[in-house]
Structure formats: structure tokens, C-alpha cells
Design a protein around this ligand. Sequence first.
Ligand SMILES: Cc1cc2nc3c(=O)[nH]c(=O)nc-3n(C[C@H](O)[C@H](O)[C@H](O)COP(=O)(O)OP(=O)(O)OC[C@H]3O[C@@H](n4cnc5c(N)ncnc54)[C@H](O)[C@@H]3O)c2cc1C
Length: 471
Amino acid sequence: MVDLVEERMSGTADGAAAQAVIASLSSHFGDRLSTGRAIREQHANTITWLANEAPDAVVFVESTEEVQIVVRACAKHGVPVIAFGTGSSLEGQINAPKGGISIDLSRMNRVLAVHPEDLDCVVEPGVTRKQLNEHLRDVGLFFPIDPGADASLGGMASTRASGTNAVRYGTMKDNVIALTAVLANGEVITTARRAKKSSAGYDLTRLFVGAEGTLGIITSLTLRLSGLPEAISAGVCAFPTIREACDAVILTIQSGLPVARIELLDEVQVKACNAYSKLDLAEQPTLFVEFHGTEASVHEQAERFGEIAAEYGGGEFTWATRPEDRSKLWQARHDAYWACLPMKPGAKALATDVCVPLSRLADCVDETKHDIEEMGMVAPIVGHVGDGNFHTVTLVDMEDPHDVAKCKEFIGRMVERALAMGGTATGEHGVGQGKRKYMEAEHGTATLDAMRAVKAALDPQNIMNPGKILP
Ligand SMILES: Cc1cc2nc3c(=O)[nH]c(=O)nc-3n(C[C@H](O)[C@H](O)[C@H](O)COP(=O)(O)OP(=O)(O)OC[C@H]3O[C@@H](n4cnc5c(N)ncnc54)[C@H](O)[C@@H]3O)c2cc1C
């Protein structure tokens, strides 16, 4: 433990305070408290280009009471507390720039209750989205939010995550009914009951959804579930240009077609997926689509979508009718990030997302594509376009300052463009460290001050995941 303090990173707030917390927790947690360098580094950002800023210790908690013990010890000594789900966030959310204690919630992974008659369930925060759907398989229900990683539901709530199904089923904002959280003073609150709707008081549920662990640690979630559709059909359609693919999306949504998934991959991303996931798609801008409903409604939706696609030069559909073909297709979509890496060996992949009002989607994607070409970058475009949300995965040679500077400039321009179109700096990845600098431009000073006031009221010592969201 003493070694730890000597090993600490520069920028740590107070090494002696962290050591006092570790000493006070060690008898309760035993080998569930780790100060080993490898474990600490695994609990800080490892995915993107942001520097790895490790916490001083990692504690593997198993109950709300244990979260309270850790938070109270940290509050007593003014030491930062950083919640950790699976660590798949992309904007440095789990980094510990001021040191502190990482609370790993992966052992709080029980499904506490399923209420099929109410279409909801109660889970601990460490349950992952795939674990939950495995658990629900026999009751004919599913939880639709599906970020590419098998993330924890606590982490997904905290980043206000979404995924391919959001166009039909909403994001975490729409699917968390209530949650229980440990506040910075160690008190436990539950934000709502299980009723489907309520007008009783401030909506603290939505305040915590997207708070990135800066207001408290979520220790249980009540989630809305959906019925498994009677019929599903998925297909792939290529377009001559990325603008035409986007225009087809816009008309699809504006026509009120209840598409369940509608995902864009540009030709660079299709090429990467072909190689990584052993597909043989035409290397053109492509939409992956899926329809849910009865046999008849799915057929009708697919037919109507085919007509819209044809108006914009969409080619023949390739249908994935068997469940295993559908799984292969969507796994390839979820693996899009990893598929990009071999395109520039040795490079780091920087996934960034923006979201614009649907009517501006084609303009925003098209202008971004031109930027990529003009700047000579490798940056496939992929997106949950039915929501006006898309990503670029920029491959950056971190040893080349010119490449790094170019990438930063590109992301800045992408965010500026989205904001100018009435959009947001991030539709789903969150702010973390990477997007803090855009918050002033997005929200303005008065709104940011209101956010700071909320933060100061709930966390006056600023121990909850400091250095995130608020500039
Ligand atoms: C290949 C890949 C594809 C991805 N695709 C998508 C996508 O399609 N859509 C999308 O939205 N995201 C996507 N992501 C990003 C990532 O999966 C999401 O941000 C996810 O919600 C993070 O969950 P996590 O469990 O990994 O959280 P972590 O990374 O562990 O934590 C994220 C944040 O939440 C906080 N936190 C975690 N648990 C709690 C808790 N119990 N209480 C309070 N705060 C907590 C942490 O402190 C941190 O600030 C992708 C990531 C990868 C690597």
C-alpha cells in the first residue's frame, strides 16, 4: 500500500488522503481491494487515445452497503470516487485525473426481479445488456438498448447510451424507470416507483441518467422491457452515394415507417467489415435495416422501405431471413469499431459521435465525408442514422504530432458543424474528458452554471468522478 503512494501519477490531489482511505477500507474488503498497477490501469481509459489515468486503488463491491462504506470513507478524506462498469466508455469517463478509488460494480450482477406482467425488471448495475437478455429469453421479453460493447446497465444508464434499436425503442433515457443511488454523503436515494408514469416531483431519474457517475453511484435500476416481436426481418441495401443513403433514411422516418433498426456504413466501413467479419457486401454506402412486428406488418414495412430506397437509387436487397444470418449481420455491425483497427496498423482508433436533427442528417454526413477526404484521413463513417446520430472512427498515428493535430481539428469541425445544425456534440458516447471543451458552445454559460449548481448541491466536495462533463 505504501508503494502505491510513491507510484502515484502526477496530478493526484492528495496522496496521503488516498492512502488513509485505502488503509481504512482494507480490513473490510481484504483481497477485494487492489492497489496493483495492472488492475488500476485496467480501470482507467484503455480504449481510445486519451491517456490512461489510473486510480489509486480498485474496490470490488458486492452490495449497496459496501458502496456506502467506500463513498463515506472517500467523503471523510475528500478523495475522488470513480464508478466502473465494464470500462467500455469512449471519452475517458473512467479516468482518474486526480487519483482516487475506482468502485468496480461488476460483482453486483444479479437480476433482482422480473415483472413480465408490468414489462419491467429490477437489476443491479453490474448486469450487462447481454446477461439481461439471456435471463429474459424464456419470458418472451427483451431489453433493447445495445451499444456495440457488452456494457453494464449501470454504465449504460450513466452515459445515457443507445444503440441500433434506439430508433424504435428509445435510449437509456426512455428505458430507465427508476434507480437507486448512493450520494456523495453516503445516503441512499431511490428516484421513483415502478409506475409507468409519474408527475410526482423533480425527475431525478433522468438527472442521473447521463450523469457519468458525477452525482452518485447507481446501485440498482428498474428498467422498461419490450415484448419480443412475432416476426423480424433484416436486410442490407447499397446506395450510389452516402447522401442518397441518408436521404432514404430521412424519408423513411418522416413517412412514419416504424423501422426497428436503420444503420449506415460508408464504403470504407463496409470494406473493413467485409474483411473483419467475413461478409461479402458490395463496397458502397450501405444501410442495414430491420423490421419488427407481425408477419404481415413486417412484410408491408419491408415493401414500403424498398420503394423509398429505390427512389434514391438503392440496389437489390440482400435479406437475412434465418436468425443466425441476422445475428451475423448485427454482430458485424457491433464489431465495426474493431473492424477499423487493421486499416492503419499501429494507429489508435478514436470513435466520436455527433447527432443532428433528422432533416440535417444528409448535409452533416456529406460534409463530414468531404472533410475526411480533403484532410486525407482514414475515418470510416458508421451510424444510428434513424436518430440523426453517426460516428467516425478516426485512425490516428499517436507518434505523429501532425496526424494527432489533424484529428483534433477534424473532430472540432465535426462538433461545430453539428452544433451549427441544431445538433449536439454527442448523441450517445457522453462527454467524459474528451468532449468537455464543447460544453460551453453547446449549452452556454447560464445553462452550464445551472448544471454546476446541481453538481455543487449533490457533491459539494467534488469527489464524484471529478474532471468529467463540466469544463
Ligand atoms: C466497440 C464499442 C462500441 C460501442 N458502441 C456504442 C453504441 O453503439 N452506443 C453507445 O451509446 N455507446 C457505445 N459504446 C460506448 C460504451 O459501450 C458505452 O458508453 C457504455 O454505456 C459504457 O458502459 P460501461 O459499463 O462500459 O461503463 P464504464 O465505461 O465502466 O463507465 C462509463 C461511465 O459511467 C460511470 N458509471 C459506471 N457505472 C456506474 C454506476 N453504477 N453508477 C454511476 N456511474 C457509473 C463511470 O464512472 C463512467 O463515467 C461503444 C464502445 C465500444 C468499445
